[in-house]
Design a binder for this molecule. Structure first.
Ligand code: CDP
Length: 225
């Protein structure tokens, strides 16, 4: 049976992971959260007291970093491992979110993680979400989806997710963080977030998760023909 790679790119906190996970489950594919890998590198940088703006210092410590995924037996989801330590919860904090886009601007970081991501998708059967998956990681992906929603809708959803997990953050802080990340991610020199002509656009400001899934699954089935 034909196997494809599906790239889902788009703005911060618009539900790319949710959709990617649903598609992967339905197709029996692997879901890979590339943002978790940038977040894990950022966590290492912060723990090592390295300034995320110091590109040379960040590039120098990359050989000390090993990023991987492991299936969490309780949730059935993939958790990210940083040098063997499960850091899935720690990478979701606003402290990591505040620095991740600076770290992700650094070309050495991108080369390091893109090489890992390309290995993970070499045999097809992968749904990966991020910012540069359809442009850089898998330019030949058979289906490319660009997701977005209004900043307010995205901030509300992410705030509720963080609050449900017990985080002490405000809606305003979440909104400010995602606007700032969108700006950095879209304007950086290396692999900026851009929607090229081969993407299908999915704006989920006013549609439900089920509707969004039905649309995307239709595209996937078409790509599989
Ligand atoms: O979950 P959310 O959409 O808020 O972000 P994420 O997917 O976890 O990604 C966190 C950050 O990593 C992004 O804001 C980007 O700066 C960076 N990133 C990237 O540069 N390239 C990717 N393929 C994935 C994430």
């Amino acid at each position: 049976m034909k196997r494809i790679n599906i790239a889902i790119d788009g703005h911060s906190s618009c539900g790319k992971g949710t959709l990617a996970r649903q598609l992967a489950a339905a197709l029996g594919y692997k879901f890979i959260d590339s943002g978790a890998m940038y977040r894990a590198v950022t966590l290492f940088v912060l723990r090592a007291n390295i300034n995320p703006l110091d590109a040379n210092a960040v590039a120098e410590i990359l050989p000390q970093i090993h990023v991987d995924f492991v299936v969490n037996a309780e949730t059935g989801r993939s958790d990210v491992l940083l040098n063997g330590e499960n850091v899935e919860k720690e990478i979701r904090t606003l402290a990591v979110a505040a620095s991740v886009s600076q770290v992700a601007k650094i070309s050495e970081v991108r080369r390091f993680l893109v090489a890992l991501q390309q290995k993970m998708g070499a045999d097809k059967g992968v749904v990966m979400d991020g910012r540069d998956i359809g442009t850089v990681v898998f330019p030949d992906a058979e289906l490319k989806i660009f997701m977005t929603a209004t900043p307010e809708v995205r901030a509300r959803r992410r705030f509720e997710e963080l609050a449900a997990g017990g985080a002490d953050t405000s809606y305003e802080d979440v909104l400010a963080n995602l606007k700032q990340r969108d700006l950095i991610d879209s304007s950086r020199a290396d692999s900026p977030l851009t929607m090229t002509g081969d993407y299908k656009l999915l704006d989920n400001s006013n549609i439900s998760r089920d509707e969004q899934y039905a649309i995307a699954m239709g595209w996937a089935q078409h790509a599989l023909q």
